[in-house]
Design a protein around this ligand. Structure first.
Ligand SMILES: [Zn+2]
Length: 336
């Protein structure tokens, strides 16, 4: 069997004809395997959904319990037969519940990474390398200029700012699934034990992380109904970046806007967003992680998807690994 007979790009997403399922489809399909809960990968409206317990729970929180016709939870490493095709889920280190999906038939194994990273992150299971014939890698930060710094060093910048500007409310923009919980956990790991205030839209996902054993410390709602803006003097408030553009943000005392994202490496993006304190914290591989992962796995072939496909394809070819871009559309990660 040739690899593109086992999995092929279709308008709805990566499709396995033999197993009759899609991976992370962008349109409603009869059977979907979902790598993780970010909204560009996990959409509502499919028939049957197979994903990790955490991803199913996260989809239920975001879309309501009836987000699909039927669901099945896959444990990491469990081998599941779908019409003669064996599929298994393996940790991707991206956000809680995130998985790579291995698809096997007749001795051929393709691993679809979903989104992944190699750096330490106590809020989810660490990426596991899975030997494969074809590795499908994301390439969100697939350019040699992308080198992500140590997350704790970035958090140090926030802690320094809190000491320098003790009057100002520090508003940290972070996407609601994954990044905000990671930022909170990083602050705790850097010794910050004061209450952290969260925007209402983060509450259910933070509660869910805590229910799965991820200690986020003292979290409180960032609401001003009873108090006045000076209540939040010198406090850390975490919220989705979208909230910082509206009235919600203007209630705080001399707000200082920070934003935690891999894109904060690009100075122009920080400037455009009015970000005073960019924090380069990414849940995706940077260029060294992408290339080291391909070296480590040494697959026969690499397929590159969402992001900067061409540069990584070129790197693979120079390294002697056949590679091609998949040109899948509809993936703009909400959790960069
Ligand atoms: Zn993602």
């Amino acid at each position: 069997m040739k690899p593109d007979q086992l999995l092929r790009p279709m308008p709805a997403g990566l499709y396995c004809p033999a197993g009759d399922f899609y991976i992370d489809p962008v349109r409603p399909v009869a059977r979907a395997l979902i790598t993780h809960g970010h909204s560009d990968h996990a959409r509502a409206g499919h028939g049957a959904v197979l994903a990790t317990r955490e991803t199913l729970d996260i989809m239920g929180i975001r879309y309501g319990e009836d987000f699909c016709g039927s669901m099945q939870a896959a444990a990491f490493g469990e081998r599941i037969d779908l019409n003669g095709v064996t599929v298994s889920f393996h940790p991707a280190g991206h956000v809680l519940g995130s998985a790579q999906i291995a698809v096997e038939k007749d001795g051929l194994r393709i691993v679809a990474s979903g989104d992944y990273k190699r750096g330490a992150d106590p809020t989810c299971a660490a990426y596991e390398p899975i030997a494969c014939d074809v590795f499908i890698t994301e390439a969100t930060f697939g350019l040699p200029v992308f080198h992500h710094p140590q997350p704790k060093a970035e958090m140090g910048k926030l802690l320094t700012s809190l000491r320098q500007f003790p009057e100002r409310s520090h508003l940290v923009g972070a996407y609601s699934l994954g990044k905000s919980q990671r930022v909170i956990r990083l602050l705790r790991d850097c010794g910050y034990d004061a209450p952290i205030y969260i925007h209402g839209s983060l509450a259910r996902l933070c509660d869910y992380y805590v229910s799965r054993g991820i200690d986020l410390g003292d979290l409180r709602p960032a609401t001003l109904e009873k108090g006045d803006p000076t209540d939040f003097r010198g406090a850390v408030i975490v919220g989705p970046p979208s909230a910082f553009a509206d009235r919600w943000a203007r209630r705080f005392n001399e707000p200082l806007i920070a934003f935690a994202s891999g894109w904060m490496m690009v100075r122009q993006r920080a400037k455009q967003g009015g970000v005073e304190l960019p924090l380069v914290i990414s849940d995706h591989c940077d260029w060294p992680e992408l290339t080291e992962t391909i070296r480590e796995l040494a697959p026969n072939e690499v397929w590159v998807t969402h992001g900067r496909e061409e540069a990584l394809v070129r790197w693979c070819e120079l390294a002697g690994v056949p590679a091609k871009p998949l040109h899948l559309v509809g993936y703009e990660d909400e959790g960069d």
